[in-house]
Design a protein around this ligand. Structure first.
Ligand code: B12
Ligand code: SF4
Length: 458
C-alpha cells in the first residue's frame, strides 16, 4: 500500500520571503508515525511549495491521499481531492483550515472527503490505513512525547535549506525549523487568545528537553544545520521548562536559535537564558504602535511602549528581532496607523531589524475575528477568499479604509529587507519604492530612545 501526503500550492499567494524555506513538518511527522506503525506502507510527500498542482495531480497513484489545508491552499486541495476521487482513491483532509470549519466543509464536500481530521493526524491516519474511516475524527491532544520526531529523510531537506539561504542572503546559515512545544497558554486560558489568532492546537504541551536535543543532534550532525527556527507559538511560555531545556543542552551542540515569543514574556532573566541557548533572534508580536488600538488585540499583556523597551534590552543582548505588526485592528484610524508606522521606525532605529511581518488583520476561520465577522456576514461557501475577508473586515470594524491600511502595510514593510506578508502575488510583490511619507508628529515614544547610542553587547 502507498499513501501520498500533500501540501497543495498556495495558488496566488507566493509572495513571501519564507516560501519554500520550511518543509511541511506536520506531514513529515505523520509519515514518520506511519512508518513506525505500518512499516510495509510506502509514504510519499508532495509539496506544492515546489510542485505545481498540475504536477501533483499527474503524480497521484495511491489508494489513500491525505491533504493538508490552510485558507490559501484549500481551493487547490479541492482540485487535488477531485482528481484523486476520479481515480478511485480514498481522500482524507486535515490541517488548520479543515480543523477550523469541519462542519461546513463536510456539508459541502461530503462526496470528496472520506475522513476529515480535526487536530493531530498521526494516529487517525494509521487507523485509516488499517481500514477505519470515520467522516469526522477529532484528535486535539498533542502526543509528541510518545511519538518519534519528524524524520526529514521523507523529504529533500537540502532543497529547503538552499531556499532558506537564497531568501536570506545576509543570514549566512543552514537553517531549518522544528517545534519545541505546541499551543499557547494564553489561547488555552481565554479560549481564543488574541483577536486575530487562528493557530492550531487548543491544548498547550511542551516537548521533553531530551527529545528536543535528540532531534537537534540529528539536524546538526546529519543535515549540517546550524540555525534552528523554532516555530512553536512561544518558547517563553513556560519558564521552568525553558530552564530545563537550557540545562539539558549538550556541550557539543551549539546551533543558533531563532524563536517566537510574546513581548510581555521577555525580561532580563529570560534573555540570559536565551543567550545560554545560543538564541540570537526572536520573532515578536508587536501588533500595533498605537496604545489604544493595541488594547483591541486582546493580547492580555504588553504595550507599544513596553515593546520598544524590550527591543532595546534585546539589542543590548545582541538578540535580533523580527517584529510582527497587524494593521486593521478594530477601530483603526489613519492616525493610529501613523502611530504604528512611527513605532516601527523607532524600532528600526533601536534594533536595525532586517525581517518584518506585517499584514492586515485577516479574520481566518478559527479566530475570534472570524466569529465576530460571522455575526454580520453569512459565509455560505466553504471557500473563503482572503481579499474578500480583508475587505469585509475593514468595512465592518475599521474607520480607516482598506486602501489606507494597505498603504501603511507597504510603508512598514519597506522598512525591512525581508518582508513577510499575506498578499496575492498577482497584485505584484514589488512594493512601491516611493511612498507618500506621513508628517512626523511629536513622537509619543521619544523617551525610549534616550541613551540608545550606548548599546553594548551583553
Ligand atoms: C510553520 C508555519 C509555517 C511555515 C511552514 C509551513 C509548512 N510548509 O508547513 C511557513 C513559514 C512556510 C508558513 C507559511 C504560510 N503560512 Co503558516 N504557519 C506555520 C505555523 C506557525 C505552524 C504550522 C505547523 O507546522 N505546525 C506543526 C505541525 C506538526 O502541525 P500541522 O502542520 O498543523 O500538522 C498537524 C495537524 O494539523 C494535522 N494535519 C496537517 N495536515 C494534515 C493532513 C491530513 C490528511 C491529516 C489527516 C491531518 C493533517 O496533523 C499534523 C501532525 O499532527 C502555523 C501556526 C500554528 N501554530 O499552527 C502557521 C499557519 C498555519 N500559517 C498560516 C498562514 C496563513 C500561512 C501562509 C498562507 C502565510 C503567507 N504568508 O502566505 C503561508 C502558506 C504556506 C503554505 N505552503 O501553505 C496560518 C493559517 C491560517 C488559516 N487558518 O488558514 C497559520 C495558522 C498562522 C496564523 N496566521 O494564524 N507557515
Ligand atoms: S497570537 Fe500568539 S499570543 Fe496570541 S493567542 Fe495566538 S499564539 Fe497566543
Amino acid at each position: 500500500m502507498k499513501v501520498q501526503l500533500i501540501q497543495p500550492s498556495t495558488g496566488d499567494y507566493r509572495s513571501n520571503s519564507r516560501s519554500g524555506c520550511y518543509p511541511p513538518l506536520g506531514l513529515v511527522s505523520m509519515a514518520t508515525y506511519v512508518r513506525e506503525h505500518c512499516p510495509s506502507v510506502e509514504v510519499e510527500i508532495l509539496d506544492g511549495e515546489f510542485l505545481s498542482d498540475k504536477e501533483i495531480i499527474s503524480r497521484l497513484d495511491t489508494d489513500l491521499v491525505g491533504l493538508n489545508t490552510n485558507t490559501v491552499t484549500y481551493p487547490q486541495a479541492l482540485l487535488i481531492a477531485e482528481a484523486a476521487k476520479e481515480r478511485g482513491s480514498k481522500v482524507t483532509m486535515g490541517g488548520v483550515y479543515a480543523s477550523a470549519i469541519p462542519d461546513l466543509i463536510l456539508e459541502k464536500r461530503s462526496n470528496l472527503i472520506d475522513s476529515l481530521v480535526v487536530g493531530y493526524g498521526e494516529k487517525p491516519l494509521v487507523d485509516m490505513i488499517n481500514g477505519k474511516f470515520e467522516k469526522l475524527v477529532i484528535n486535539n491532544q498533542p502526543a509528541f512525547n510518545s511519538m518519534p520526531y519528524p524524520d526529514r529523510s521523507f523529504i529533500d531537506l537540502e532543497k529547503y535549506v538552499s531556499k532558506f539561504r537564497e531568501s536570506h542572503p545576509t543570514w549566512n546559515f543552514r537553517g531549518t525549523h522544528m517545534f519545541t512545544n505546541v499551543g499557547c497558554k494564553w489561547r488555552e486560558k481565554t479560549n481564543g487568545g488574541c483577536i486575530f489568532c487562528s493557530r492550531s492546537g487548543p491544548v498547550t504541551s511542551m516537548k521533553q528537553p531530551e527529545l528536543i536535543w535528540k532531534e537537534v543532534r540529528e539536524l546538526v550532525e546529519v543535515y549540517g544545520i546550524d540555525y534552528i527556527v523554532d516555530f512553536s507559538d512561544s518558547i517563553l511560555q513556560d519558564i521552568e521548562w525553558l530552564k530545563a531545556l537550557v540545562k539539558a543542552k549538550p556541550e557539543d551542540l551549539n546551533p543558533r536559535w531563532h524563536v517566537f515569543g510574546r513581548i510581555d514574556e521577555i525580561n532580563l532573566d529570560v534573555l540570559k537564558l536565551l543567550k545560554q541557548l545560543n538564541c540570537n533572534h526572536i520573532f515578536v508580536g508587536i501588533e500595533s504602535g498605537d496604545p489604544k488600538i493595541f488594547g483591541e488585540t486582546q493580547k492580555g499583556g504588553g504595550s507599544p511602549e513596553a515593546s520598544l523597551r524590550m527591543a532595546k534590552l534585546m539589542s543590548e543582548f545582541c538578540i535580533e528581532i523580527t517584529p510582527s505588526y497587524v494593521l486593521g485592528l478594530p477601530g483603526e484610524t489613519e492616525e493610529s496607523l501613523r502611530n504604528t508606522y512611527e513605532h516601527a521606525e523607532l524600532l528600526k532605529d533601536i534594533t536595525g531589524f532586517e525581517e518584518m511581518f506585517c499584514c492586515q488583520l485577516i479574520p481566518f476561520p478559527g479566530s475570534i475575528a472570524y466569529n465576530l465577522l460571522k455575526k454580520n456576514v453569512a459565509f455560505n461557501s466553504d471557500i473563503l477568499d482572503i481579499n474578500d475577508l480583508k475587505k469585509r473586515w475593514a468595512k465592518n470594524y475599521c474607520t480607516a479604509s482598506l486602501q489606507t491600511i494597505e498603504k501603511y502595510i507597504d510603508k512598514l514593510l519597506n522598512l525591512a529587507k525581508y518582508k513577510i506578508t499575506i498578499k496575492k502575488s498577482s497584485q505584484s510583490n514589488l512594493l512601491p519604492k516611493v511612498l507618500q511619507s506621513c508628517t512626523k508628529k511629536q513622537n509619543i515614544f521619544q523617551g525610549i530612545l534616550q541613551n540608545k547610542q550606548n548599546v553594548t553587547c551583553i
